[in-house]
Design a binder for this molecule. Structure first.
Ligand SMILES: [Zn+2]
Length: 230
């Protein structure tokens, strides 16, 4: 049969492994069970300031002497509770938006001063995540805003083009160079271009819409012939 003992606080009969070892006592065990001792200590920690300070000090000392173990343990704990932690963090941020914004502004300013690449990379990641999550909404809002303030946007774009004329034209030339065939084919395929080639006579084209398709085929044959002859 399992050896048992009665706790002097809760009065319950419990197996001896529920008691702590204490060499001074007759049976080598404490009078109180482990959970009662815990409860008592917890109460004392809450109410006894001097005791609390002593415990904190000794915990700190122990942690300092067991840094590696503490690190591993807290890492494990964080991994185990990652979902809970994430939710906690999210809730806290949502309830302290003002604080978060001020903090970020401060961080951004400091990072700018120190030219910190890690910070910029993280910012970019956050922005990208946000954008991906709210893509549809953002693009809808942008479109609406553009229509509402079209003059402002057009001016802004014209300014941008003016300011970046040099490298924009360079980029465009490079694109043209690299996509010569694509551009030529696109143009040759476009109805607008074909209609221009047919003299832009809309009355005639209305009556014979197949003229456009005929012109398209004619051009295609011409192109093919050119490649064969070359
Ligand atoms: Zn007890």
């Amino acid at each position: 049969m399992e050896e048992t003992k009665i706790c002097s606080i809760c009065g319950e009969k419990k197996p001896v492994d529920k008691f702590r070892k204490q060499l001074g006592n007759k049976d080598g065990l404490t009078k109180q069970c482990k959970s009662c001792i815990c409860e008592k200590t917890r109460e004392r920690y809450k109410n006894d300031l001097a005791f609390r300070e002593r415990v904190k000090k000794s915990v700190k000392k122990w942690k300092n002497n067991n840094l590696k173990q503490v690190k591993n343990h807290s890492k494990e704990w964080r991994e185990k509770n990652s979902e809970k932690l994430k939710k906690q963090n999210r809730d806290w941020r949502n309830n302290n938006k003002e604080h978060v914004n001020t903090y970020r502004r401060e961080l951004r300013r400091a990072a700018k001063e120190n030219n910190n690449p890690v910070f910029y990379e993280r910012e970019r990641k956050i922005k990208r995540r946000y954008y991906n999550k709210h893509k549809v909404e953002i693009s809808r809002k942008r479109k609406e805003d553009r229509i509402k303030n079209i003059t402002k946007y057009l001016n802004k774009e014209a300014n941008y083009r003016q300011k970046n004329k040099y490298w924009l034209s360079k980029r465009f030339k490079k694109y043209q160079q690299e996509n010569k065939d694509k551009i030529r084919n696109q143009r040759a395929e476009s109805d607008y271009y074909l209609i221009q080639l047919l003299g832009g006579n809309s009355a005639l084209l209305k009556e014979y819409p197949e003229l456009i398709e005929a012109k398209r085929i004619q051009l295609k044959i011409k192109r093919e012939l050119r490649t064969i002859n070359h």
